[in-house]
Each structure stands twice: as C-alpha cells, then as structure tokens.
Design a protein around this ligand. Structure first.
Ligand SMILES: *[C@@H]1O[C@H](CO)[C@@H](O)[C@H](O)[C@H]1NC(C)=O
Ligand SMILES: *[C@@H]1O[C@H](CO)[C@@H](O)[C@H](O)[C@H]1NC(C)=O
Length: 245
C-alpha cells in the first residue's frame, strides 16, 4: 500500500471517529439548538408568525377517542384536541396561504399511524384494545403539549400529458400543521414497542422515535403523508408560533 493510500485511510478513520464523538448524544434533542436560533423559522416581514391560546394545548377535559375499523387505514392512535380552539389559527394560516384550505373539522395528533398499525403492529397480534389501554394508562389527554412552529409541506406533482394540449401540468399541493412535541407520546410509543416485541414482533420493524407529531390545520388538495415523501418535523417549520395565556 502506498504512503498516500495509507494516509487517506488513517485520515478517513480519524474523521469517522470525530463524527461519532461530535454527533448529539442519544436522548439529547438537537432541535433545541436549532430552535434556540433567534432567526428560526426565518421571520417573514409580511407575516412574523401566529399566536395560539394556551387553552388549545390543555386537552385534559377533552374525551379520549378510540379509532378502529376493518380497512387498512381505519385504525390508529390519537391524542384529541378541541378543534374549535384552533379555528383562529387555522383561519390565519389560510389567510397567509391566500387560498381556502380544506380541513376535516377536527384536530388531533396521530401517535400510531394507520400504516404502522396495519402493516407492522396488527400482524404481530397488537390490537386496538392494546393501544387504547396503553394510551389511557399514560393519561394521553393530560399529556403536556409543546407547540414548536407552524409547519408547511409542499409537494409538486406532474400529471401525464393531456391529449388536448400535450403539455405536462404541474400542481403544487400544500399541507399546513402545528408541529408539536410531548414526552408522553414518546413514552406511549415505547410502550407499544414493548407490547409488540412481547408478542414476538421484530424490534427493528417499529421505531418509537420515528414519529413526527403534528396537528393538521389544513391542506390545499389532500393531506400529505410520509408515504408522499414529506416529513412533518421541525425541518418543515414555516412560521413561528407564540402561545399566549
Ligand atoms: C387544564 O385544564 C383543566 C380543566 O380542564 C384544569 O384543571 C388544569 O388546571 C389546566 N391545566 C393547566 C396547566 O392550565
Ligand atoms: C389508505 O391511505 C393511503 C394514503 O392516503 C391511500 O393511498 C390508500 O388508497 C388508502 N387505502 C384505502 C383502502 O383507503
């Protein structure tokens, strides 16, 4: 081996070691560093951000809702919010978007998604009753909710050429949401994972940390999902949110 190749090997080894030591320790939240930056999300002169009453994040008195059904998209686990308390925020986001947005007339944070349940948990024997028991025992409706920002996801879809004009048409689809966080939700997902592996589920198929909690506020065409390739984390923060007492 030449001296040059050896040097490259040693240097790349050192670089890898440095990366391993420099990455955030497990359990430490790198987003706190990002959010601590005064200019994140980037302030817009025409719209500095939105406000939300603190009461919208206190869901202690909102009843727990169980969601189950026979179809592949019918079963999930959620933390229910009072949609009426998010109406003003939704309208402000709609005004900033500049076009009417669609919404489902309700507000929730999905804690276990339909694909997670249908594709991974249910085949191992985890039931909706298991999810409900875990969530109720964790007092999910009393979980403290921290609002991080208003997120926006965009997806450009190109439709196949129409015979009429022969040209490709592109549509930009938008989804808006309140990006939120709660340690209770992470604990619930780890408890679901324990139940899953207790039933013989393969641990690597369900990651409690692979979760992007958000409250959908509206969307232009349809809601956008992980399956569309969008991530609703703080990576998608669009405007700041200020919680007011
Ligand atoms: C949340 O609301 C409940 C009543 O629904 C109240 O008892 C409790 O003090 C509130 N919690 C906070 C942190 O304001
Ligand atoms: C389930 O949801 C996905 C994503 O929205 C959708 O593509 C699929 O068609 C749905 N399946 C059924 C049976 O509704």
């Amino acid at each position: 081996m030449s001296v040059l190749r050896l040097t490259i090997h040693v240097l790349s080894g050192l670089l890898l070691t440095a990366c391993l030591f420099l990455r955030p320790a497990q359990g430490q939240l790198p987003e706190q560093d990002v959010l601590a930056l005064p200019s994140y999300p980037i302030p817009q002169p025409d719209n500095p951000g939105f406000t939300l009453p603190a009461t919208a994040l206190n869901t202690t008195a909102v009843p727990y809702e169980s969601h189950g059904g026979p179809g592949p998209n019918d079963t999930w686990l959620q933390h229910t919010l009072n949609a009426a308390l998010l109406t003003l925020l939704r309208q402000a986001v709609e005004a900033a978007h500049g076009q009417p947005l669609l919404n489902r007339g309700e507000a929730h944070v999905t804690l276990i998604t339909p694909p997670e349940y249908h594709n991974v948990l249910a085949p191992a024997g985890v039931t909706l009753a298991d999810l409900d028991d875990i969530a109720r025992a964790a007092q999910v409706q009393a979980a403290p909710i921290q609002a991080l920002c208003v997120g926006r996801q965009r997806l450009v879809v190109t439709a196949s050429p129409q015979p009429k004009d022969g040209g490709e048409t592109t549509t930009t689809m938008y989804a808006y949401n309140l990006i939120v966080r709660s340690p209770t939700w992470t604990r619930i997902r780890w408890q679901v994972w324990r139940r899953f592996i207790g039933l013989g589920g393969e641990p690597s198929l369900f990651d409690p940390e692979a979760n992007w909690p958000h409250v959908t506020l509206g969307f232009s065409h349809r809601d956008l999902f992980l399956q569309d390739g969008v991530f609703k984390g703080i990576n998608s923060c669009w405007r700041a949110i200020t919680v007011v007492e």
